[in-house]
Design a protein around this ligand. Sequence first.
Ligand code: ZN
Ligand code: ZN
Ligand code: FE
Length: 745
Amino acid sequence: MAKRRIHLNIRGIVQGVGFRPFLHRLTERYALSGWVRNTSAGVELELEGEDIRLEQFVSALQSEQPPLAVIVGVERTDLPASAGYEGFRILESEVLAHRQALVSPDVSTCPDCLKELYDTADRRYRYPFLNCTNCGPRFTIIRDMPYDRPRTSMGSFPMCEPCEAEYGNIADRRYHAQPTCCPDCGPALHWVSGAGERCNDAPLEAAKSALRRGEIVAIKGLGGFHLACLPESEIVSKLRRRKHRDEKPFALMCADMDAARKLCEISPEEEALLTGWRRPIVLLRKKAAVPAGISDNRELGLMLPYTPLHYLLMEDFPALIMTSANLSDDPVIIDNDQAVARLQGIADGFLLHNRDITTRCDDSLLRVFRGKDYPIRRSRGYAPQPLILDRPVAAILACGAEQKASFCISRGDQIFPAQHIGDLKNIATLTHYEDQITHFEELFDIRPQALVCDLHPDYLSTRYAQERARRDDLPLLQVQHHHAHMVSCMADNGLEGECIGLIWDGTGYGSDGTVWGGECLVGDAREFRRVGSLRPIPLPGGDLCTKDIGRVTQSLLWDTGLPMAEDAAMLRRQLEAGLNCPVSSGMGRLFDGVYALLTGRTRVTYEGQGAILLEAMAEETNLRLPTVFYEEDGVLRLDHRALTAALLEGKKNGIPAGELAAAFMDALIVAGVTQCRHARERTGCDRVVLSGGVFQNMYLLPRLLDALQADGFTPYHHSRVSANDEGIALGQLVIADALLRKEAP
Ligand code: ZN
Ligand code: ZN
Ligand code: FE
């Protein structure tokens, strides 16, 4: 039999996912000898053996890879057989100058570890930090690459002998599991009472009794602290008072699927997402059994336990409120001392432990739409997995938007979207944003060649990009907000070339300096034209209108020439004089104005609430409202005055508000299709991407997709990044890459 030797370089998520034990099993199966080592690029190995066995190994490598591994590329070199290796050896990791390795997201507790957790005979029985090669903390404990224990926050816990033995045994599930530990050598829980007294004795029991008493408990989790409490109306309103969170819905952690089913309708696809290893919060249709005060709309966010600590905690509760522990818009707290100091008066007790969280990472928030993920917040369990392209792009840092800030950074054929960051207008969040940019650049060894940001001159991400460009002498590109949304959805779907984009959101800085947000664009990754929009709405008081939504209603009435509210004399004068009345074609503002018109509720407590509640109240109807357009400089504008008049008329005639809400959205669907037709007539293009925060509306999205399809269009929606501003950085990056390549000789 012919003997041969091969050298393989494997790129991808192949560290900390049980890859080397997997390779070891394969080499035994095919009687191969040689060695393997982790490199900063992935895994490198050399094997010697029979020709046919080597080929079998290479094909098994692809077809049988461990569930958490992602192989991005295999580079193979054939060598003469002469090394004379004996057995299979694991060599020390090599630190290369150019790092190419990927970092695994955090992984929820695996079935094997769960079995041990409840096995009275196991030495890790009821140990809240057990993990193995197939599960446990990753991104949130890693400081640097390559992924080895000393470069994680487990570095301060030297392994005991039995743990060391498992770690070194290639047949063991914990072989080279960097964060592996046990009650003798690993982290431990402790309890701190509201009065600041520390207690190491039965901390879990202390937390459980506090929760049972109706108290609010801060719990250190994987990527940050949670505030937990019983999901009972009175306790929830106490939490709202203390957290100054008036109405924004809270998410729940459920003990298991049975408990989850008591609260929400759950489809098989939604169950798969809930029980999968990423464990995001999934938005589900809530049932009547949900106590009042948790969610003011038709949906509720649920998640299942994802750490051993959560499993132990949830033994005593079918469901608990679990919300990020932060003050107003601050980033979620990750540090013990900060938690105790800053949550005074909010939490009645603290369930803490001594394993540091090195990287903040909030719970992800998704829904399932037509069998696929529809991300709203892509964070824990997803970050920092890259999107893999089929071609290389330049090394670019895309700085994102502002309120739902995130960023993307690229290397070769990989684009790394950051985790959820938050609102940059908060100074601590801005610091977190800058720190994470530095962290990603170091972790993935990327030195950006260019920066890209929004066109908005006052976004703090724009300011960051401008300063950085000056400091590092880098080219900076500025990209129009809705163009970035559009290209983000194109990249999400792997589309190149020309597309129509229906981009509906709250606000974005337009190319003409006014506020946009109900746009129909035509273009590609380099340029775009605006072909459709809304009739601009004057917003008296500007930003005041996002919460004081009654102002928008009055503006719509004024614009339509209808009587305004009696107490709106001041607003009328302001509108007539055009004083501090920036105009906006934002779809989100139109939703707010219509919601306040239909319900009489003129104030909301969080941005977008009007649109969410309008969606929640919609009831199918045969009522059709008029859609009127006018053309201005080639832009087909929806004239909302006809809608405002018809809605007011319907209200006077006693048509239920729920039917009017639905009829309003139906009219927008007609308007969207009409604008896309207008675009198709001019370009011949029939692909339509839908992006922008308004497409989190689940009344609108499916009906618009169907209407476009029925009209001969091929419509696309997001499934890998969010339709809201969190997804913008991806579009910015792809646009910057296209423009840089265009300029290149
Ligand atoms: Zn495990
Ligand atoms: Zn141990
Ligand atoms: Fe936007």
